[in-house]
Design a protein around this ligand. Structure first.
Ligand code: GLN
Length: 342
């Protein structure tokens, strides 16, 4: 396919958001409407996450023009967890390019849980995609840096540039997960046995566990998402973090895999690339328009924030963000013909 389209320039066509006041009002409405409890449970396989306050709930939209709209607990910190996978993937794509990352990590959905070992075995040791733990470990292993310390610094620095501020490690979350992440260690060892990671697997698991324990807020997620929505330029700081081509690749992988085995349902209901994490965050991207960050620790069985999904679904509809939606062309509306005739 690459050869058929080589040399064809990538043109871009997206819509625009409604005005500032409408976006502001819809962010408040998304918060109010999704606030009531609708089930879900806090994650407990990482011991410290079981202590999260289930009442916390924040919603934030960052527009590509740099305007930010927040409601509720949008500034409260929590660990980024799996959402880091999308941004580390973007950094690795920027470094190594489309083809290498496609070949080494893959882009296809496993149809299985994020920490599935069976998925690796079923696919001859292929990590499948960067949004599940196997693919994320393989991706982190590709981060530049001679030592794990340098790789970790590159991850922290890169994700901080997406957020537009210096992100810090939540040491309590890191230590809690590092003491209980036997499963991720097993996944990394299995990948090594298949020749899929070239570095020491326990060191890669450590860098990955730290990247998951970076502390962010819903507002940070919105700005990070807005950077992917804005051709790789952080709309608040103006810094080009990754290229527009890398954003495109990252969003495609998020659309296919960001909500794990629920990615199809998510696209069907919300129609946007997104990525969830087990601490209760979700980032969603409306290309050319905005990033959405939500946070509420109550999760569904696949590990996705229940309130976060509701608030994002509302915003996708109310702000007209679904990338699959179209309207009948104006020329075919009877009223518009009348308008032309009169
Ligand atoms: N750090 C977590 C893990 O590896 C991230 C999982 C997630 O957010 N889904 O298990």
């Amino acid at each position: 396919m690459e050869q058929d389209i080589a040399g064809v320039d990538q043109s871009v066509s997206t819509g625009v958001l409604p005005g500032w006041e409408a976006v502001e009002a819809h962010v408040v409405a998304a918060y109010e409407r999704s606030r009531t409890r609708a089930g879900g449970a806090v994650a407990d396989y990482i011991p410290i996450l079981a202590a999260a306050d289930p009442e916390l709930f924040g919603v934030c939209v960052a527009e590509v023009n740099g305007e930010v709209h927040s409601a509720g607990d949008a500034e409260v910190g929590f660990s980024i967890q799996s959402i880091s996978k999308a941004f580390v993937y973007a950094l690795v794509c920027e470094e190594l390019g489309h083809e290498v990352v496609h070949e080494r990590v893959g882009v296809n959905n496993t149809g299985l849980a994020f920490n599935s070992v069976v998925a690796i075995e079923l696919n001859d040791g292929h990590p499948m995609n960067p949004m599940v733990n196997a693919g994320a470990l393989a991706t982190t292993a590709l981060m530049p840096g001679r030592t794990p310390e340098l790789q970790w610094e590159a991850v922290r620095d890169g994700l901080s540039r997406f957020a537009g501020r210096s992100l810090q490690l939540d040491t309590v979350v890191y230590e809690s997960e590092a003491a209980t992440n036997q499963r991720n260690r097993a996944i990394a060892a299995l990948l090594e046995s298949y020749g899929r990671i070239q570095r020491d697997p326990s060191e890669i698991v450590d860098v990955y566990t730290k990247q998951c324990a970076l502390r962010v807020s819903a507002r940070d997620l919105a700005v990070m998402g807005a950077t992917l929505a804005d051709g790789g330029v952080n709309p608040v700081t103006g810094e080009q973090v990754v290229s527009a081509a890398v954003c495109r690749d990252t969003l495609a992988v998020m659309a296919a895999n960001g909500l794990y085995e629920r990615s199809g349902e998510w696209l069907f209901e919300i129609g946007l690339p997104g990525k969830s994490g087990v601490a209760g965050g979700i980032v969603t991207i409306a290309p050319g328009k905005a990033g959405i960050g939500v946070f509420s620790p109550l999760l569904d069985v696949a590990g996705n924030s229940v309130r976060g999904q509701r608030a994002t679904a509302y915003l996708s509809r109310a702000l007209g963000l679904n990338i699959f939606a179209s309207d009948v062309h104006r020329s075919k509306h009877p009223e518009s013909h009348q308008g032309q005739e009169s």
